[in-house]
Design a protein around this ligand. Structure first.
Ligand SMILES: NC(=O)c1ccc[n+]([C@@H]2O[C@H](COP(=O)([O-])OP(=O)(O)OC[C@H]3O[C@@H](n4cnc5c(N)ncnc54)[C@H](OP(=O)(O)O)[C@@H]3O)[C@@H](O)[C@H]2O)c1
Length: 331
């Protein structure tokens, strides 16, 4: 094992700019923790791009190594439940936020954050899924818990070409739901059809501006990944007894609505959090993702890059221009 490791480091300049550079760092600089992991794969999520560009809501201390996802092999551990050579993954908690993260050849983390790799998942597959897959699956699980079955009608997915969105489309289609995918990308219709979307609509079609409190009932369920007015419009168009999950804010953090969808149609709005989600629930959802919920077309979803290529992709994800998932190969 070398005494240094390669990582994408974000540094704050005296002019309050944030620079991203691949550097070699001493292993002794890793934070304290129970388990040292040689990272084989990480992935790029929207939150990583916020961290890498100095968003204080995500990361307060610089220099910093972003990366909220990591999968790899245990090098050493001071807890009995993990042993050298175990295959493991870490998503969420404080990884890549204020603890150095997965855009590095090594991470050191508390044992409570570490998930044993399910036997039917490879390290590579686990990071094609990553936080986005866990979040998409938690959203699908939310609909199922609220008894939204395929026979009730169409399920809308917003931000459908993004990480969470494309995996939500894939999982829902695999489970037999009739998926309507919303996108701002006219060139991605074939991609969404391949993942299993029955119908693709443009963002502008669900961006209602009249301020009407209710619209024609359409969706049995909604998986929203963008927030803002698209979420507000989706809630107004949800069927009697339908359910909407909310996990993201790329279109805005504000939600302007009335109580009418909730008190006249019994619509339910469920928040999704993959960061602090309990370990029991994580293990349950990952076991589904490794088996019946594993998307059929993972290969179609992924673009594989090196650490050196991350800055370009970080800029693209902030502009909403990524299709599917970005896998970072650190082997
Ligand atoms: N709650 C949680 O635990 C959790 C976990 C993971 C992610 N998230 C959040 O979920 C969101 C999506 O994350 P992600 O990693 O999937 O990001 P992503 O890969 O960048 O996907 C976001 C997608 O949203 C659409 N979009 C972008 N800008 C938009 C805008 N201004 N208005 C409407 N749609 C827009 C784009 O898809 P189209 O072009 O197809 O419309 C884009 O590809 C982020 O807000 C992220 O922070 C939350």
């Amino acid at each position: 094992m070398s005494a240094t490791f390669k990582a994408l480091q974000v540094t704050q300049t005296p002019e309050q700019q944030f620079t991203q550079e691949v550097v070699n760092i001493g292993l002794d600089k890793l934070p304290p923790g129970d388990v040292l992991i040689r990272v084989h794969y990480s992935s790029l999520n929207y939150k990583d791009a916020l961290s890498a560009t100095g968003n204080r809501g995500v990361t307060r201390q610089f220099p910093h190594i972003p990366g909220i996802d990591a999968a790899g092999i245990v090098v050493n551990s001071n807890v009995p439940q993990f042993k050298p050579n175990d295959l493991v993954m870490v998503t969420g908690y404080d990884l890549g936020m204020n603890t150095w993260g997965g855009f590095a050849e090594y991470i050191r983390v508390p044992a409570e954050w570490v998930v044993p790799l399910p036997s039917d998942l490879t390290l590579q597959e686990s990071m094609i899924l990553g936080t986005a897959g866990l979040t998409a699956a938690l959203s699908v699980n939310g609909l199922i818990q609220q008894e939204i079955t395929p026979s009730l009608g169409e399920v809308l997915v917003t931000g459908s070409t993004g990480g969470v969105g494309s995996l939500a489309v894939s999982i829902l289609a695999k489970l037999g739901y009739s998926v309507v995918a919303v996108t701002g990308k006219s060139k991605s219709h074939d991609f969404l059809k391949k993942l299993g979307a029955k119908l693709i609509i443009n963002r502008s079609e669900i961006d209602e501006q009249t301020g009407k409190p209710l619209l024609k009932e359409r969706w049995a369920g909604v998986i929203d990944t963008v927030g803002g007015n698209l979420l507000a419009t989706a809630i107004k168009s949800t069927q009697y007894g339908g359910c909407v999950t909310a996990c993201g804010l790329v279109a805005g953090a504000n939600l302007t609505t009335t109580v009418y969808p909730f008190i006249l149609r019994g619509v339910r709005l469920i928040g999704i959090d993959s960061v602090q989600c309990s370990m029991d629930k994580r293990l349950l959802i990952w076991s589904k993702l490794a088996a019946a919920w594993k998307p059929t077309y993972l290969d179609e979803l992924v673009t594989t890059i090196s650490l050196e290529q991350l800055p370009e992709k970080i800029s693209e994800i902030l502009q909403g221009n990524i299709q599917g998932r970005i896998l970072v190969d650190l082997r």
